[in-house]
Design a binder for this molecule. Structure first.
Ligand code: URA
Length: 189
């Protein structure tokens, strides 16, 4: 199996799609490499590309606030994206860019082996749960796959654009924390 060091080198040297031509940094992931819960966004934006860390811009600050409110933070969770290089002008990552990058996320999953994966937004949910995922309808629904529980909620950028979604996302996050606590307590039995 690939080690973290090998995976990081593969990502840093990657020229698997056109996004390598415009990136400043490869944004691999951040947080606890033994996390029981992993959050996955779509791809780095401007600030993430400049700093090499996921979710550090406005959407990231909102994500941090919401995580802190349920007692989770970057030292407990792991945060990554479907694509590791910034799509120019923050456009959605194209399917071929996602296809070129998804194996890095799979390898991260295999190294971390989280019990829960939270997809932030439609792009991540479509890549990880099912194609063309209807996020407005099916956010907050659990999907069991192998040894991992998947769930999608709105992307924090969508919450910044539409405040009315915040309450719904907050309900999703409370549900996610409840499942996290349940799985942790099963571990301790
Ligand atoms: N949006 C994402 O999907 N990921 C980030 O890392 C930042 C913003």
């Amino acid at each position: 199996m690939t080690t973290w060091e090998e995976l990081e080198q593969m990502c840093l040297n990657c020229r698997g799609c056109r996004l390598c031509e415009t990136r400043n940094n490869v944004v691999i992931g951040v947080g606890n490499k033994n996390a029981d819960i992993m959050f996955v966004g779509e791809g780095p934006g401007y600030h993430e590309d400049m700093q090499g860390e996921p979710f550090v811009g406005a959407a990231g600050q909102l994500l941090d606030k919401m995580l802190a409110a349920v007692g989770l933070d970057r030292s407990i969770v792991y945060i990554a994206n479907v694509v590791k290089c910034r799509p120019p002008n923050n456009r959605n990552p194209e399917q071929d860019e996602q296809d070129a990058c998804i194996n890095y996320l799979r390898r991260q999953y295999l190294l971390i082996r989280p019990k829960i994966i939270v997809c932030l937004g439609k792009i991540a949910a479509s890549a990880l749960i099912e194609q063309n995922f209807p996020i407005t309808r099916d956010h907050g629904v659990w999907y069991s796959k192998k040894d991992c529980e998947f769930i999608a909620t709105f992307h924090p950028s969508a919450l910044l654009r539409d405040e009315s979604k915040k309450r719904i996302a907050w309900e999703d996050l409370k549900k996610i924390k409840q499942k996290y606590d349940e799985l942790k307590s099963e571990d301790n039995k």
